[in-house]
Design a protein around this ligand. Structure first.
Ligand code: SF4
Length: 607
């Protein structure tokens, strides 16, 4: 893991139906069908669309042996049509389905949280060492026939752990933590290694980006310690749809890819699966450009934990930025584009010195007259000509030698704005911030990134990946996002807040955790998510899960405050936290009942 210089983490190669993955190969992209796997014709057609969109692999859910065999039929249809995309079966709770799938698919995903263990009961919370060891023996027993079939058919395996679907055994020792996710997969990996079956890929997913990133980093650390070099599949589960889904995936996947991690990725969106592929491709293309970048001199500052960093310790300037203040948002002021903006930045930057008297402003030093709530943006040459003792912004490129900033040590009036100079934007910004800390300069830092793109999706991907990496490592006290060519100020501000929210640094809207849907989904996911959003989007203090099925939904929505979960066709179950409080209610009543439930628990606020 190296955040300063992009280099893929070395892994073994894993062959999935002739499309190999690992550090020797390009980062592969994939998606998952949301048709009923029993519906061979519809599923084959959707696989074709996903393949046509440019995916390297496609995954299909197999609830049981019947659906596993259907994947074999889908494969025959596709091969007959000349489509060779490898098919991967997705298995939960059903080892028999895994055995059947291993004989007909190019890959099988199993979930260590439920391959052997039943759904969590939360009944057995204490395990003696003997009980724990006996359970590990059961895992081995269940895995051996599966490994044998995979070996016979050259079928690759993904061990896919999800935050929120850990077994009682893991929960008893580790809780619902990143460390628990790691141990959950390591138990399985040790069996695969002992059996010398190495066509294994690992994923550690969570809807909470911070948990997902920590889990993957801890996994790499744990594998390194046991001399294991399996490729990684990256993804943020239940990322949602639209710009939020894209931003959330870009933040989580982008931050890890920036460290050289990830050999295949899936951007999970609650949309048609083929729409995931261009987003994933953009992410891969953008980060891969860093290959061969000139070396960036960077070292962690003392005390920095790269697996789970603490917030950088900075001085609070003027009670507004740094210290314990939540990270700020800065945006360019374009007064004709502010109409209807639901979110306002903390500071507008006005290049021509135009201000409106209602917002806080930053202006170039030449335009600064010392007005209330207006702060100067300085260059290094201007800094000591400025007389303010309250708050001033000093902008420097990331290539500035830190010894030139030593005069800032101990000062409580200056916020640094770091602009990038090369292509590896988060690397050079983080290298400079670590160097500041090593030199004992603890003024707050804003990272200022400007993108010249003309597509929303590109901006979401690039800004999410770049700003997200710095924010997830908790190195910045604010972000300044600019995209002057195409976007309105209101859109850019919205993206900046979405990135902060994805990195869990600043919550500005209701967090919707919606699954991407698959063959198990019990309702029309896209319209349902929209209806739930319409009813609850003003409850910015809540996390609300919208999950397609009762099998995985409750586990996978992990830390949602309330959950709307497909229980059966036309039936919904509602959750308060992890507790199912209304079971099998008619879908037509479910939104009203969700609102009533939120009110009953005192969490409702009028719009
Ligand atoms: S929660 Fe959604 S994506 Fe996950 S298994 Fe259920 S329906 Fe499929």
């Amino acid at each position: 893991m190296n955040p300063f210089n992009y280099k893929r983490r070395p892994t073994v190669s894993v062959n999935v139906g002739g499309i190999a993955m690992g550090s020797e190969w390009p980062v592969r992209v994939q998606s998952m069908t949301n048709t009923a796997t029993d519906d061979v014709e519809a599923s084959a057609a959707q696989c074709q669309r996903i393949a046509f969109a440019g995916a390297d692999y496609v995954r299909l859910t197999a609830q049981g042996v019947k659906q596993a065999n259907s994947i074999g039929d889908i494969s025959k249809v596709l091969r007959g049509q000349g489509c060779t995309i490898p098919l991967i079966a997705d298995i939960h709770f059903n080892p028999q389905a895994a055995l059947a799938a291993a004989a007909v698919c190019e890959g099988v995903r199993i979930n260590p949280g439920n391959f052997v263990d039943p759904a969590r009961t939360f009944k057995q919370l204490e395990y003696t060492d003997e009980e724990y060891t006996a359970e590990l023996g059961r895992i081995r027993e269940a895995l051996l026939p599966f490994i044998a079939i995979c070996r016979e058919h050259h079928t690759a395996v993904r061990l896919g752990v999800n935050h929120g679907s850990l077994s009682d055994r893991i929960m008893s020792r580790y809780g619902n933590t990143a460390a628990g996710m790691v141990e959950s997969v390591m138990e399985f990996l040790r069996v695969f290694v002992e059996e010398k079956f190495l066509d294994v890929v690992i994923s550690m997913k969570a809807s909470n980006v911070v948990v997902m990133v920590e889990a993957v980093r801890r996994l790499v650390d744990a594998m390194d310690r046991e001399d294991m070099h399996f490729p990684l599949h990256l993804g943020v589960t239940e990322a949602g749809f639209g710009e939020d889904g894209r931003v959330k995936s870009a933040v989580g996947i982008g931050a890890l890819m920036a460290e050289g991690l990830g050999d295949t990725i899936r951007v999970s969106l609650s949309e048609e699966p083929e729409l995931e592929i261009p987003v994933a491709r953009k992410l891969v293309d953008y980060i891969s450009q860093r290959e061969g970048h000139p070396t960036i001199e960077g070292d962690y500052c003392e005390g920095y934990d790269p697996l789970c960093p603490d917030r950088r310790s900075t001085i609070t300037v003027d009670g507004l930025i740094g210290g314990n203040q939540q990270p700020v948002v800065i945006a360019s002021y374009r007064p004709d584009q502010l109409d209807g903006a639901a979110l306002q930045p903390d500071f507008y930057y006005s290049a021509d010195g135009l201000i409106d008297g209602t917002h806080r402003f930053m202006v170039p030093f030449a335009a600064w007259k010392g007005e209330r709530n207006v702060y100067p943006l300085l260059t290094l040459g201007e800094w000591d000509r400025c007389s303010t003792t309250r708050l001033r912004f000093l902008q420097v490129p990331a290539s500035t030698p830190v010894h030139r900033l030593e005069f800032l040590r101990g000062r409580s009036d200056t916020v640094l704005v770091i602009t990038p100079v090369g292509k590896n934007i988060p690397a050079e910004q983080q290298a400079m911030i670590h160097a500041l800390d090593t030199a004992g300069i603890n003024c707050p830092v804003i990272v200022r990134n400007t993108y010249a793109d003309n597509s929303n999706e590109w901006l979401q991907v690039k800004a999410g990946a770049d700003l997200g990496a710095v924010l997830l490592n908790r190195r910045a006290d604010g972000v300044w996002l600019e995209a002057p060519n195409t976007y309105s100020s209101a859109e850019v501000v919205r993206y900046a807040f979405a990135i902060l929210q994805a990195a869990r640094q600043r919550i500005s809207k209701t967090e919707f955790i919606s699954c991407p849907g698959c063959g198990r989904t019990m309702f029309d996911l896209q319209t349902t998510v929209q209806r739930v959003q319409q009813a609850t989007a003003h409850l910015t203090h809540l996390k609300i899960g919208v999950m397609g099925c009762i099998v995985n939904g409750p586990g996978e929505m992990a830390d949602a405050d309330y959950g709307y979960v497909g229980a059966a066709a036309g039936r919904i179950s509602l959750y308060k936290g992890k507790q199912c409080v209304e079971m099998n209610i008619p879908e037509a009543d479910a939104i009203d009942r969700l609102v009533a439930l939120i009110k009953q628990h005192g969490d409702w606020r009028d719009p």
